[in-house]
Design a protein around this ligand. Sequence first.
Ligand code: PLP
Length: 400
Amino acid sequence: MRVYLDNNATTIVDPHVFEQMEPFFVQKYGNPNSLHQFASDTHAPLKSAMEKIYAGIHAHKDDNVVITSCATESNNWVFKSIYFEYIITGRKNHIIISEVEHPSVIASAKFLESQGCRVTYLPINNEGLIEAQTVRDYITDKTALVSIMWANNETGAIFPIEEIGEICKEKGVLFHTDAVQAIGKLPVDVQSANIDYLTLSAHKFHGPKGVGALYMKKGKELTPLFHGGSQMGGHRSGTLNVAGIVGMGKAMEQAVDALDYEMADIREMRDDFEDKLLEIEDTFVVTPRDKRTPNTILISFRGIEGESMLWDLNRSNIAASTGSACASEDLEANSVMEAIGAAEDLAHTAIRFSLSRYTTQEELEFTLAVVKEAVTRLRGISSSYAYAPEGHESGLDAHH
Ligand code: PLP
């Protein structure tokens, strides 16, 4: 059996999505901007795909949804535009992000910092959550942008986007959210959440890799990142990724259709799996279940390096993640666990299991058996576990 529990990293392309994309490689391969039938063949499928994407996030027809190559591009675009519109012109000099954003947001914020912009890194609490009111405390009349992700990729923690949107609207500050981990897992409505910019990426909801989007509210246009053509209404030049857009449209439609299943059935499977994992002694999950996306578990097994656990899982054909970059010599701790303030030994022991609508009960039972075996084996050879003092301070409030 091969078990894929790394769906926050990427997902399988749904076969229906793949089927809809296929004709656009060797049959209907025209450039949509050309003036012949090959081009015209792409127009209706592109229109239909865009309608599905608009509908999936409740965008208004006058808003702009611009197709990009990935969420990394969408995130970078927002920050680079803020640089050109506000920082370089001296109009404003401050932005707010959370300290647990995806690297494409953190690194973009650091770029602005290097150009003289002040960046506030909003802290998360010991449950991995953000309190919306702290955003209000940090906003000044020099704040150009607040960028807070909808849900965190490591813990699954859901951030109070609607409340933050309300605060930004009241204060007249632009609000961007990276909703990559929310699409297909939570209801996403850009209107009711007062969002100016929203990032999404098809490969996180059973669409293809290499295609994403940036939603821009009407009247909140950004400086283009790519110049050179009239594609996407001049917002982003470059020949359209027709197959990718068609695939993302279908994937969005299916994500909306499957949302109830994700929020009820997947959640139930996740909770049951988590209950059984927590029966293993000395295990910790920090973010409460009702404040998490329904598919995600970030769990620590005291005394076991995350990478060692991954090794054992991988030998049994189970894919999971530690959420930390593995440098050549140093094993880095999970960045979110560090931000939460977990003790050094626990920050290194986090494993992320992320389910999808393709996950089966049988796969979870198999994984549980492999995890139990791995825990026994690895704790047996772990010096840190053997010598951990009684009542050892974890720095974490466990949620069982
Ligand atoms: N933002 C979040 C929250 C993510 O989880 C990811 C993917 O890991 C990205 C952005 C980057 O997505 P992409 O691979 O489309 O650039």
